[in-house]
Design a protein around this ligand. Structure first.
Ligand code: HAM
Length: 436
């Protein structure tokens, strides 16, 4: 056996679960910081619930006859106590469980958000993963269309901030449970009358979840589905009014939308408003955000009847778009890269070390070159770091108690200046750049 074959095999990540390497991690961090500011502007506060929940929670919340519960959950039996557990496939059910468990609405409505990984056993492709991340936003205890509109307006602001231009809004109303029952009965009657045109999936869903048949991607069923009874024909005056009022708010805010009567969403808890934001920039997985009202869920989890509405954004999809627009380019880079090379190598290194700490005390982000190397290779690293400035300590500088400050972006000339003035000069330059 040769030396080579003794090498242990490399281990790989689980299929459909991605690593974010530092290059992407910086952008992700910048995005998260932006999102925190955006959420704070609308009064949303952070809530964090466990990744693992009882499987029964999702079965009851999302619905037994949904793709998520039927096919996509990472569920297992706890070896030690036999509990049936599931890695959250979304946030809403867990947040509502926590709301009920801790009587969160006792003192009135709450605006909350959460960010983190969620898990669905789907077939991986661009924009579709088995571990992905969501930014989940929930307005709990609010009944009116004003808060539905606020959620949509706030999303539009986010797209604008991130310079996303190609994102469109689709909107629908699912009415009340009673209205949906009447519509459901009409749908079953209609599809039964056309049973010969149904595919296997539709036949299976005919009596369990006929609404999902409307969501079919099968081209052969499009004509049948287009002529199916519409929920709009079964809506009562309250549901109609809610939808009208929401649209008034959106018109006032100048938000364009299309009403898509076939938008039913893949989770069973929705009523009244549902919406999705869709882009053509991401290929097949173009939905970057989905949400809606779920007025029955809190009561379904044993709480007092309280209305609620929310949405979740797919972080990987949003990140993909942000890479395309470049809106957060350069975010997360350091301000200064300290380069040192002199005959008295140790002295230069110690001076650089002290100076880097002094610069950090003024609030600057500083990378100190470590590990030696030629001046040329250090300058290459300085450039690759994304820093605005290289701060150089060479023989001359060391002797004079000075540094050379070299702007790395743009074509301003380098300057020599006393070491003690370096921080102030860098801060001045950075703030001038911000203003221009
Ligand atoms: P959802 O539509 O299932 O809604 O997921 C929200 C978003 O997560 C999607 O629009 C998409 O961007 C992203 N997403 C979904 N599946 C994947 C995947 N396999 N890989 C990558 N991204 C994906 C919900 O989860 C609801 N809980 C939203 C909500 C909150 N409704 C009310 N409150």
């Amino acid at each position: 056996m040769n030396q080579e074959s003794k090498k242990p095999a490399k281990l790989q990540a689980v299929k459909g679960m991605n690593d974010f390497l530092p290059e992407e991690g910086g952008l992700l961090q910048a995005l998260e910081e932006h999102l925190h500011d955006w959420l704070a502007a609308y009064g949303y506060r952070n809530i964090r619930t466990p990744v693992l929940e009882q499987t029964a929670l999702f079965r009851r919340g999302i619905g037994e006859v949904t793709d998520i519960v039927e096919k996509e959950m990472f569920s297992f039996t706890d070896r030690l106590n036999g509990d049936e557990l599931t890695m959250r496939p979304e946030f809403t059910a867990g947040i509502v469980r926590a709301t009920v468990e801790h009587s969160l609405l006792y003192n009135g409505p709450q605006r909350v958000f959460s960010m983190g990984p969620v898990f669905r056993h789907e077939r991986p492709q661009r924009g579709r993963y088995r571990q992905f991340h969501q930014i989940d936003v929930e307005a709990l205890g609010f009944a009116g269309p004003d808060v539905d509109a606020e959620l949509i307006v706030m999303l539009k602001r986010l797209w604008d901030d991130l310079k996303l231009t190609d994102v469109r809004l689709e909107l629908n109303t699912l009415g009340s449970p009673a209205e949906r029952l009447a519509h459901r009965a009409a749908l079953i009657k209609y599809f039964e009358a056309h049973a010969d045109q149904l595919d296997e999936d539709a036949k299976r869903r005919l009596h369990s979840n006929p609404l999902r048949i409307l969501d079919t991607k099968n081209p052969a069923m499009q004509a049948l589905v287009n002529d199916a009874p519409r929920l709009a024909e079964h809506l009562g005056s309250e549901s109609k009014q809610h939808f009208e009022d929401l649209q008034d708010y959106l018109r006032d805010a100048g938000i364009a939308y299309t009403i898509n009567p076939r938008l039913v969403r893949g989770l069973d808890y929705y009523n009244l408003t549902v919406f999705e934001w869709i882009t053509d920039q991401l290929g097949a997985q173009g939905t970057i955000c989905g949400g809606g009202r779920y007025d029955g869920l809190i009561e379904l989890f044993g709480g007092k009847s309280e209305p609620a509405v929310g949405f979740a954004i797919g972080v990987e999809r949003l990140l993909d778009l942000v890479k395309q627009t470049g809106a957060l380019d350069g975010a997360g880079s350091c301000d200064v890269y300290v380069v040192h090379q002199a005959g008295e190598a140790k002295k230069a290194a110690r001076r650089a070390f002290t100076l880097a700490e002094q610069l950090r005390s003024t609030g600057l982000d500083v990378v100190l070159h470590c590990g030696g190397g030629s001046f040329k290779s250090q300058m290459k690293k300085a450039d690759a770091s994304g820093a605005e400035f290289a701060l150089i300590i060479g023989d001359d500088e060391l002797a004079a108690g000075e540094v050379t400050l070299k702007p790395l972006r743009g074509d301003a000339a380098q300057v020599r200046l006393p070491m003690a003035e370096a921080a102030a000069r860098i801060i001045d330059n950075l703030s001038e750049e911000l203003e221009s």
